[in-house]
Design a protein around this ligand. Structure first.
Ligand code: ATP
Length: 445
């Protein structure tokens, strides 16, 4: 399959089956904002659940937090976002389109020069000199729209964890080293958004800030780098499509000492999915400086006072959902027909089990309904009795449902049902009374 076709097919499947819709499609759409439909919202919830379990519930040294999207504007001065969260952009005087100054499609030398060519309309010499454009969304707090009431929509969740460092420390009785984890929305006025849900203007992040004693940061960085890659392995993401990419000196963000990305090979190339950063004491020191309040830790054991260093892990939920979808997507020929299948790890599949009566008679729908009622209290189940059984199986394959439970003629006689496995197409007879435990075991992450 050609890679661009693969992306196109996936986008169309996502719309058709209710994973992802364009925002405000009714009105022609809103650029780079997406809505998650019934299956998409389940996929995202499952990814967030797995992350929370691995990062918060599974560890005794990380606490959860849910900070506001709006924060005091000084936060973003201290963090460096007001001055530095910018992309250099050029405008075309001819067609009025705007491009990133480093857009590889700009030919003819430096933008602003007489030979540089607009990638939109092809005019020569029409591009302006690069100008800096801040990526933060601005709005106003309170009834008056004036400079004094400007607030920003957060471009990352991390700052909420830094300004609450002491609150969490005191409230939880943790000791350094410990971490603060958050899942929440972030907003960036991206200039070159695109590739479906890969880069959007409104997205969700799962970020964890791990506070450590200076001098132990490199060791902790290596720990988290390995730990985070292991998580993708457990999720079943193909090893040949993921790798580390180390940031060279020119790529490093202003706050970072070392940074590694976990990259995935999307149909449009290798791209970042998650960043692991050694942010040093940059953030806490800046907040100390801008707030005039101490953000130090007193280490009882060592009898010393210091500003902790931070090792951060940061992944976008939407981007991860795209990884899950791309990684799961498959097409194969079965009995002269193309079978489209999403091979999600059962723990992230939107629907875990579909309950299907073989035919709509002989008491089969009633039994199937009872099984469905019993299952749905425990896991995401789906009942379907419309159309041929083959067609119903194919619909579940497209939704990524790992198990299809069929009630047939034998069920009434011996109380067993068939379990059909999405990936191998193998079938197994299972006692209906044992079904819930049987599925639980196979779905657990
Ligand atoms: P990129 O350059 O790829 O947009 P970044 O280096 O600016 O990403 P970070 O600031 O490190 O990204 O953000 C951490 C994570 O948040 C990214 O790895 C990505 O998964 C997610 N993320 C960042 N920006 C976006 C966006 N516009 N849309 C979707 N996810 C995003």
């Amino acid at each position: 399959m050609v890679e661009s076709d693969r992306m196109e097919k996936l986008v169309s499947l996502c719309k058709r089956r209710g994973f992802v819709f364009q925002s405000s499609e009714l009105y022609g759409g809103l650029g780079s904002v997406w809505d998650y439909g019934p299956l998409g919202v389940e996929l995202k919830r499952n990814l967030k659940d797995r992350w929370w379990r691995a990062m918060v519930h599974g560890r005794d040294d990380i606490e959860g937090l849910d900070a506001g999207i709006l924060m005091h504007p000084k936060v973003w001065e201290a963090s460096g976002h007001v001055a530095g969260f910018t992309d250099p952009l050029v405008d075309c005087r001819q067609c009025k389109q705007r491009f990133r100054a480093d857009d590889p499609r700009i030919e003819g030398g430096t933008p602003g020069g007489p030979e540089s060519q607009c990638p939109g309309c092809g005019s020569r010499g029409s591009l302006t000199e690069p100008r800096l454009f801040n990526l933060m969304f601005k709005t106003f707090m309170g009834p008056v729209e004036e400079a004094a009431s400007v607030v920003y929509l957060r471009p990352e969740t991390a700052q909420g964890s830094y300004v609450n460092f002491l609150n969490v420390l005191q409230g939880s009785r943790q000791k350094v080293p410990f971490g603060v984890a958050q899942i929440g929305k972030a907003f960036r006025n991206e200039i070159t958004p695109g590739n479906f849900i890969f880069r959007t203007r409104e997205f969700e992040q799962m970020e964890m800030q791990f506070f450590v004693r200076p001098g132990t940061d490199e060791e902790w960085f290596e720990f988290w780098r390995a730990e985070r890659m292991r998580w993708y392995e457990v999720l079943g993401i193909r090893p040949e499509r993921r790798r580390f990419h180390e940031h060279g000196p020119r790529e490093l963000a202003h706050y970072a000492k070392t940074a590694f990305d976990i990259q995935y090979e999307f149909p449009f190339g290798w791209e970042e999915v998650e960043g692991i950063h050694n942010r040093t004491d940059f953030d806490l020191s800046r907040h100390q400086q801008f707030s005039g309040k101490k953000l130090e830790y007193f280490d009882q054991e060592r009898q010393e006072r210091y500003v902790p260093y931070v090792v951060e892990t940061s992944v976008g939920v939407d981007r991860l959902a795209l990884v899950a979808l791309v990684d799961a997507y498959g097409e194969e020929e079965v009995e002269g027909e193309t079978r489209v299948v999403l091979r999600f790890h059962p723990s992230i599949a939107p629907i875990k089990a579909a309950v299907l009566p073989l035919v709509k008679k002989d008491g089969m729908p009633e039994i199937a309904h009872r099984i469905y009622d019993d299952l749905r209290g425990r896991l995401a189940a789906f009942y379907d009795d419309g159309g041929s059984i083959g067609r119903r199986y194919r619909r579940q394959d497209e939704a990524g449902t790992p198990f299809a439970i069929t009630v047939d003629g034998q069920t009434k006689d011996d109380g067993t049902v068939t379990v059909r496995f999405r990936d191998t197409l193998a079938q197994e007879r299972v006692d209906a009374g044992r079904l819930a435990a049987y599925l639980d075991e196979r779905v657990a992450g």
